[in-house]
Design a protein around this ligand. Structure first.
Ligand code: FES
Ligand SMILES: [Fe+2]
Length: 331
């Protein structure tokens, strides 16, 4: 059976994907691309997000080139105005009192705000936005990192985020230098909040620049970690230090096209909140940069046929994620 690709998968269209942070859409309009579709996002007069194809129904001008005033988006070409739910509320050339053509209204796509992020779903959502219990736990704070564009396929990114065997190589400049290349047997289990993955212990380098993150001044720190996925493309990594400190990272990759993706990570952490957020995540940022540099050297998406790549025991989580993803895409 021929598998659909990520780009034409109906299943991917019916899940939520991050395209921006909520602060990126103060009023708008913001142009984004998801699964090859150009979209415009803005806030209507109630403050709610509106997302629609970035193409005016009149003569196809990009709506993202327009202006938002009082929550209404006006097209830059002939001034048609779109309001709540993308409804066309004014066609200036027709004058007042003339009804707007029914097809002038925009076909909006589902938009939601959660964890400081803008999530879009191009089809009918079949699953909720991935759960993060820490978000409603007052002992944790949330730190957003911004949304970047990586010249890498989202599937390559998820594969990498589930992988520990690259740590001593790709991350030798940050936390990976002290790590054994040998990966202990990976046992896949259902983790909390609907993630599926594995637990493992690592001894990590704790250089000066990592100490704000680890909360320890020791040269090496022991961390108990879990790493798991929530279909289709979310990966959650939790790090628990001996001190009781927990650092939870949600890594999100959204396909812009076959080989370009939005990337963001969000951190939740139960510390005493005195280290500034940007300092806490600067080490994670440096680690992400190491992954980005590696992944941008790989071309195209991860082959999804199980036999197309050679995998070993250490790749178990990624192999299982790929199996479930392809099942989801084929169903
Ligand atoms: S193209 Fe938008 S109003 Fe004409
Ligand atoms: Fe990595």
């Amino acid at each position: 059976m021929q598998l659909p690709t990520v780009m034409n998968s109906a299943a991917l269209r019916s899940h939520w994907h991050v395209v921006a942070e909520t602060n990126d859409v103060v009023s708008g309009p913001l142009a984004v691309t998801l699964l090859g579709e150009k979209l415009v996002v803005w806030r209507d007069s109630t403050g709610s997000l509106v997302a629609a194809p970035d193409r005016c129904p009149h003569r196809e001008a990009p709506l993202s080139a327009g202006v938002v005033k009082d929550g209404c988006l006006s097209c830059v070409y002939h001034g048609w105005v779109f309001g709540v739910d993308g409804r066309c509320v004014d066609v200036p050339s027709s004058g007042k009192g003339v009804p707007v053509p029914p097809r002038a209204h925009l076909s909006v796509v589902a938009a939601a705000e959660r964890y400081g992020l803008v999530w879009l779903c191009l089809g009918e959502p079949v699953a909720p936005i991935p759960e993060m219990t820490a978000d409603s736990d007052p002992s944790f704070r949330r730190i957003n990192s911004g949304v970047a564009i990586w010249k890498a396929a989202a599937t390559r990114m998820v594969d990498n985020f589930l992988d520990v065997s690259h740590f001593p190589y790709v991350h030798s400049g940050t936390f990976g230098g002290a790590q054994e290349p040998l990966v202990p047997p990976i046992e896949l289990v259902d983790l909390d909040d609907g993630y599926h993955g594995y637990r493992y212990e690592v001894v990590a380098n704790n250089p000066d620049e990592a100490q704000a993150t680890s909360g320890s001044a020791d040269a090496l720190v022991e961390r108990t970690m879990t790493s798991g996925f929530c279909l289709p493309l979310a990966v959650r990594s939790t790090i628990a230090y001996e001190s009781g400190l927990q650092h939870v990272i949600l890594l999100l990759s959204s396909p812009i096209d076959e080989s370009t993706s939005y990337f963001t990570f969000v951190v939740w952490r139960n510390d005493d909140f005195d280290v500034p957020g940007e300092e806490v995540i600067s080490f994670d940022r440096a680690i992400g940069e190491e992954d980005r540099k590696m992944l941008e050297q790989l071309s195209g998406g991860l082959p999804l046929e199980q036999t197309a790549l050679t995998s070993v025991q250490a790749d178990r989580a990624s192999v299982e994620w790929r199996r479930r993803l392809t099942t989801m895409m084929g169903s």
